[in-house]
Design a protein around this ligand. Structure first.
Ligand code: FES
Length: 144
């Protein structure tokens, strides 16, 4: 069996929603403790809906594919729906990732959460702090 599914290769070769958003409503930047790669997510939010989402990454192919898929899954959703998207759902939508690359998918989930937290903080919106642990890392990974 090939190491990467066709869907992973497609999102890696033609990533969706790459770039930045000027005057973004929320920006999240996280680093993957395991490999040092970095992910940045920009959100445009109107009426609690994620109207636009873009990402930039200095990460591996799996991180790019995961982020691309995550942005596609989150675009047009409410903030609450976006927060409920887990790295496991992203990996499932990609048709799977090799076990040693699962940690790469956590980067996208962490960056989305961090961008939403930034939006809440900037707008003085109250939120449940337990939804946003400082470092999701391996403990927050929903694969295990
Ligand atoms: Fe760093 Fe994949 S090896 S995110």
């Amino acid at each position: 069996m090939a190491l990467y599914t066709e869907t992973v290769m497609d999102h890696f070769m033609n990533p969706r929603n790459v770039g930045s958003i000027e005057n973004a409503d929320g920006i999240g930047e996280v680093g993957n403790a395991k490999c040092g790669d970095i992910m940045k997510i920009y959100l445009k939010i109107e009426d609690n809906i994620i109207k636009d989402i873009k990402f930039e990454t200095f990460g591996c192919g799996s991180a790019i594919a995961s982020s691309s898929m995550a942005t596609e899954m989150i675009k047009g959703k409410t903030i609450e729906e976006a927060l409920a998207v887990t790295n496991k759902q992203v990996v499932d939508a990609l048709g799977g990732l090799p076990v040693h690359k699962l940690h790469c998918s956590v980067l996208a989930e962490e960056a989305v959460k961090s961008a939403i937290k930034d939006y809440y903080d900037k707008n003085g919106i109250e939120y449940d702090k337990s939804l946003f642990p400082d470092d999701i890392g391996c403990e927050g990974c929903h694969m295990v």
